[in-house]
Design a protein around this ligand. Structure first.
Ligand code: ADP
Ligand code: ZN
Ligand code: ZN
Length: 714
């Protein structure tokens, strides 16, 4: 008897190849089975989607090829995982193969059946060796919860809807995740939890907390990480451990949302407002939104299989001190259950806001004198400060004042940034790097000068301004910088964080990476320099982002209430701004996220913006801007007469803000609809049209196009 498995293989989004390919097999293969199949002259990894006993109509035996091999020893990917992948592909307008195969560890593609068997065996041996019986009683290391934490944990475990854990910075959200995870894992021997964080590398402290808590309880291999910073071998090992159920906890970044987790009972999305949950390439999925969908699918399956009236569920918790307006709105509507934890652990106060009006400061000053004085006072008392500037390098531009030359990137419509430490001009978009020229390349003038400020310059200036300040032990103030440049080398981030935690640094200067998640205990002052540069951007999400960033940054101050009291100090958040009258600062002063959210949502509602309206972008990359726009406008015209065309608005094509990157011209076209369903139905009808428009004469020079559903920036 023959079987005719339909197999999903990695196909580019718009290759025109159907969703699945039909092969032949002697054996019946369960859906979700991993196989290797011939494709052209190659042999590729595939996932069996269905396995009928009859050939699809019109297909003869001679036209199909046989499945080359089956990856034995690996259980099939289950139906819930396949449903998740199917949904993600459909919703984000990508091919099934692209999403399914991107969700698997890359190394799995290259392993033969034999190599895989060896790998699995090695993993089992390691497990048998390492699984010394968990020594400790459950919950031994967990601190007693505060009343607020306890109430939140109880409510979330009773919840049937997705939970929005709205907790102040330092309110102990992480402890709630830890205990919810512990309970979920203890409920059943094969239960698993997925904990997602925006950028795992930035917060090694969090991974350490999870390991410390769970390795004694569930064994050394109980926790695995999944993120793009891992080697291919590490990713494969982590994925296999999760897929086979050896790992009970997966701690990962957005990619982890697509991991195979057969026993999934809890999903945590920490800092759920963070833009890094939205993928910016390939299938542009939102890991937060997929997490909510995934929990629903898992819960429905558990309910369907249940024999009791109170079936187990898969819970999903979205946590933040400044939730995304989408999640906040969902909670307002009652679709999500909002649980609040307003108080900080230890009863400390949130930092007091000090707004500095830069219109009234000495001209050209990067730091206002009162801010410098406040920092000096704190350093002299043995407290730490943190200063945020969202621009790395020494200066964003190098310029010649004689002829007007500027350090433009030859490949992008952007300036190259001046890095003084290694005397380079670097493009932050394409990476193009050159030595700083000795003289102006245009006119030979020797006097070329930096314009504007970056973190390197801030560090240099602060060291100068604080040179005479003495610490309590008599030593001089120490300034350090942390940004993508200073942490490029492996392990350097950990070292820098450690010097901050141990008190070897008095002032930490850096980009927003220093604002995220860190539990620094001795910071009492945080300052945002140039805070409102984002507000001048045309992006309607700019206020939301700035508010979240400042709340997050402020959340690093005064985390240890006992320390602050002992010092007789008070924690402060300083903000330098040119627009002190912006309503955002009023809400920030009162730590009033609900008021800020209400005001923003009212604006969004009257403008029909998300979450009230729904958007997608059609993006085009081409060799010329003209070709990029011509393709987009042709695609818009060709949409006439499509089903649901009247339910949506198509805007004219426009160049991106940075319109050329690495010699590719970029343009986009906005699609708007009042309802998600209408937008989805239209996009589905439009997809083949987009493909067809590629071959129009006016689209010559088009490199690629992509649809971005629910885009974060327009
Ligand atoms: P968040 O994630 O909300 O910013 P954390 O979970 O990092 O807050 O908690 C802030 C600090 O309080 C951490 O140092 C943590 O160890 C401590 N903490 C949290 N919950 C408790 C508790 N129940 N008892 C004692 N300390 C706690
Ligand atoms: Zn010049
Ligand atoms: Zn460039």
């Amino acid at each position: 008897m023959a079987f005719w498995p339909s197999v999903v293989v990695a196909t580019p989004a718009h290759s025109g190849v159907g969703a699945t390919l039909t092969y032949r097999s002697e054996l019946s293969l369960a859906p979700g089975t991993l196989v290797r199949v011939p494709l052209g002259a190659r042999e590729v990894l595939g996932v069996v989607w269905e396995c009928p006993t009859e050939a699809p109509e019109g297909l003869s035996e001679a036209q199909t090829r046989a499945v080359a091999s089956v990856l034995e020893g690996l259980p099939p990917l289950n139906a819930r995982w396949r449903q998740l992948v199917r949904f993600a592909a459909q919703y984000y307008q990508r091919s099934l193969g692209e999403v399914a195969l991107a969700a698997l560890p890359p190394q799995l593609r290259d392993l033969s059946t034999v190599q895989l068997a060896r790998r699995l065996k090695k993993q089992q041996v390691a497990r048998a060796g390492g699984a010394s019986a968990p020594a400790d009683a459950p919950g031994q290391h967990a601190p007693a919860l505060s009343e607020e934490q306890h109430a939140a944990l109880t409510a979330l475990e009773a919840a049937t809807a997705p939970v929005l854990l709205y907790g102040a910075t330092g309110s102990g959200k992480t402890e709630v995740y830890l205990q919810a995870t512990e309970h979920a894992l203890q409920s059943q021997a094969d239960a698993q939890a997925l904990v997602m964080v925006p950028e795992i590398n930035l917060t090694p402290q969090l991974e350490a907390r999870f390991r410390e808590r769970f390795e004694p309880l569930f064994g050394a291999g109980a926790l695995v990480c999944l993120h793009s910073g891992m080697t291919p071998a590490q990713r494969l090992a982590g994925w296999l451990a999760a897929h086979t159920g050896q790992a009970r906890i997966v701690l990962g970044t957005r990619m982890a949302v697509l991991a195979s987790l057969p026993g999934l009972r809890l999903i945590v999305v920490d800092e759920e407002h963070d833009p890094s949950y939205k993928s910016q390439e390939g299938a542009r999925y939102s890991a937060r939104d997929l997490a909510v969908y995934r929990a629903k699918v898992e819960s429905e399956a558990l309910a369907a299989a249940a024999t009791t009236t109170a079936p187990a569920r898969c819970r999903v918790v979205l946590g933040s001190a400044t939730p995304s307006l989408e999640s906040w709105h969902a909670a307002e509507q009652g679709r999500y259950l909002r649980l609040s934890m307003p108080a900080r652990i230890g009863g400390g106060a949130l930092p007091r806001l000090r707004v500095v009006d830069m219109n009234h400061q000495p001209k050209g000053a990067l730091l206002a004198p009162p801010l410098v004085a406040a920092m000096a006072e704190r350093i002299a008392r043995g407290e730490q400060c943190m200063v945020l500037l969202n621009r790395r390098g020494y200066a964003p531009v190098l310029a010649c004042h004689d002829c007007g030359w500027k350090s433009a990137c030859p490949h992008c419509s952007a300036y190259r940034v001046f890095h003084k430490l290694d005397r380079t001009l670097r493009c932050h978009h394409c990476g193009f790097t050159e030595r700083v020229p000795r003289a102006c390349p245009e006119c030979g003038n020797l006097d070329i000068a930096p314009v504007g400020r970056g973190t390197e310059q801030l560090e240099e200036q602060l060291a100068g301004l604080l040179a005479d300040v003495q610490r309590p032990d008599g030593g001089p103030a120490r300034v350090a910088r942390m940004d993508a440049d200073s942490t490029r080398l492996k392990g350097s981030l950990e070292v820098q964080l450690a010097t901050m935690h141990s008190g070897e640094v008095d002032v930490l200067v850096g980009t927003q990476m220093i604002a995220k998640g860190h539990d620094f205990r001795r910071i009492t002052l945080v300052a945002g320099i140039n805070a409102d540069s984002g507000l001048f951007a045309s992006d309607y999400r700019a206020p939301e982002r700035l508010f979240a960033l400042l709340m997050q940054a402020g959340g690093r101050a005064g985390r240890d209430a006992a320390f602050v009291t002992r010092q007789g100090s008070e924690s402060e958040l300083w903000v330098q701004t040119w627009t002190p009258q912006h309503p955002l600062f009023d809400a920030l002063r009162r730590h009033d996220f609900p008021a800020f959210a209400a005001q923003q949502l009212a604006e969004r509602e009257s403008a029909g913006m998300p979450p009230f309206g729904h958007q997608a972008l059609l993006r085009a990359d081409a060799r010329t801007q003209q070709a990029a726009q011509a393709y987009l406008n042709a695609a818009a015209q060709a949409a006439d007469g499509l089903p649901h065309r009247n339910d949506i608005t198509l805007y004219p094509a426009v160049p991106l803000t940075i319109q050329r990157v690495a010699n590719v011209e970029r343009a986009q076209l906005l699609v708007e609809a009042a309802s998600r369903g209408a937008l989805q139905r239209f996009l589905n009808a439009w997809q083949p049209v987009l493909l067809a428009c590629r071959s129009l004469p006016e689209a010559r020079g088009l490199v690629r196009f992509a649809v971005d559903v629910d885009p974060l920036a327009i």
